[in-house]
Design a protein around this ligand. Structure first.
Ligand code: NAD
Ligand code: WQD
Length: 349
């Protein structure tokens, strides 16, 4: 019988790609999402893409009563939830500086409410969407999981706080397991072009900005700084394909079910850095679309360069990123060119 897992934030960018991989791997995922940064249309597309029905509930992870009902229903159906994969949260760094309480409320309080509902339902395993942002300014590169945590903004602090909550939650019951996945920079889209990233308003991140320039929605890209101590002066990041990242969650759920209980952290990245200009050039070559840009001043708060040491994920989870920057560009472009307005163009169900 299929194992039930609860996926919070399963309609979001990463959650929807993970949903596809969990369905393909034979799990029975149950999505809870309040659609504050997504749409139910995503779930309909996942159903069309995979051929599997998707069980979902519109709800907020801060609503303990709703979560209790979701856990109870799965139990009554004879398929109790075995593990939670927790994507739900807010993720814009600049917004977190302007509205920190929204971030502490959604990301930290929301996680605590979710853990209470898990306790009530006797669910002992969780996989959490953490972020490389928890490391802050790199003392050495690549970041290993033992690098000190010194997040530089409220968003990053919410991630480090939830990791600390999960460590205490695990320490208080010898049967509990938490797997913190520290994502580097996920980009691209499912190779089908049916699901992808659909930011509301002006994109905060580099890759969706590039694809929106390429499709003609924006005139040109602003490159934030070319005077960093990097090969070409622009910022360097560890970009990974969102479908590789999605597969990391299947591996993490498998790991949580076989490992001796405890609290673990894994970097999910490729181990390779790519500069802003390298990403632009690779995108132009892979897609044949020009990306006009101008060089502006550095963006406050940015680090010059960062990339992962993904060895632990490879050795313990059996995971590694296999897709190239070219793949990320081609797949991201397929999504953007086939859906110039993202999910906005779909009728709401
Ligand atoms: P996203 O905004 O596309 O997805 C988040 C989903 O959670 C959305 O569908 C949103 O509607 C939902 N949601 C938000 N608050 C909720 C709440 N209180 N209750 C129920 N649903 C709620 O973001 P994403 O890029 O898919 O990121 C997923 C997770 O991964 C987030 O926790 C994010 O902080 C983390 N993360 C993302 C990145 C990245 O670059 N995208 C990097 C590191 C970590
Ligand atoms: C990448 C590079 C920019 C936009 C952020 C969050 C982090 C994580 C992922 C969730 C940098 C440059 C960007 C643009 C540019 N999210 N850039 N022009 O800053 O590494 O990480 O998203 O956890 O927490 O901080 O990603 O895509 O914003 O920037 O030149 O319009 O592109 O300066 O060098 P970042 P990014």
């Amino acid at each position: 019988m299929a194992t039930s897992i609860l996926i919070t934030g399963g309609a979001g960018y990463i959650g929807s790609h993970a949903l596809v991989e969990f369905l393909a791997a034979g799990y029975r995922p149950i999505v809870v999402d309040n659609f504050c940064n997504s749409s139910p249309d995503v779930l309909r597309r996942v159903e069309a893409l995979t051929g599997f029905p998707v069980v979902w509930h519109r709800g907020d992870v801060r609503d303990e009563g709703m979560l209790n009902a979701v856990f109870s229903q799965a139990r009554q159906e004879g398929m109790p939830i075995d593990c939670v994969v927790h994507f739900a949260g807010l993720k814009a760094v600049g917004e977190s500086v302007a509205q920190p309480l929204d971030y502490y409320d959604n990301n930290v309080h929301g996680s605590v409410v979710l853990l209470r509902a898990m306790d009530r339902a006797q669910v002992k395993r969780i996989v959490f969407s953490s972020s490389a942002t928890v490391y802050g300014e790199p003392l050495s590169l690549p970041y290993t999981e033992s690098h000190p945590l010194a997040p530089a903004n409220p968003y990053g602090r919410t991630k480090a706080m939830v990791e600390a909550v999960l460590a205490d939650w695990c320490a208080s019951d010898a049967a509990r397991t938490a797997v913190n996945l520290r994502y580097f920079n996920p980009i691209g889209a499912h190779p089908s072009g049916k699901i992808g990233e659909s930011p509301r308003g002006t994109p905060n991140n580099l890759f969706p900005y590039i694809t929106q320039v390429a499709v003609g929605k924006r005139a040109k890209l602003s490159v934030f700084g070319n005077d960093y101590p990097t090969s070409d002066g622009t910022g360097v990041r560890d970009y990974l394909h969102v479908s590789d990242l999605a597969m990391g969650h299947v591996k993490a759920v498998e790991y949580a079910s076989r490992v001796a209980p405890g609290c673990f952290a894994f970097n999910l990245g490729t181990g390779r850095g790519t500069s802003v200009l390298e990403l632009i050039r690779t995108f132009e070559t892979a897609t044949g679309r020009p990306v006009p840009y101008e060089i502006l001043a550095r963006r406050p708060g940015d680090v010059a360069q960062m990339w992962a040491d993904p060895t632990a994920a490879h050795e313990k989870l059996g995971w590694w990123a296999s897709r190239s920057i070219e793949d990320m560009c081609r797949d991201g472009w397929r999504w953007q060119s086939q859906n110039p307005d993202g999910y906005a163009e779909c009728p709401t169900i």
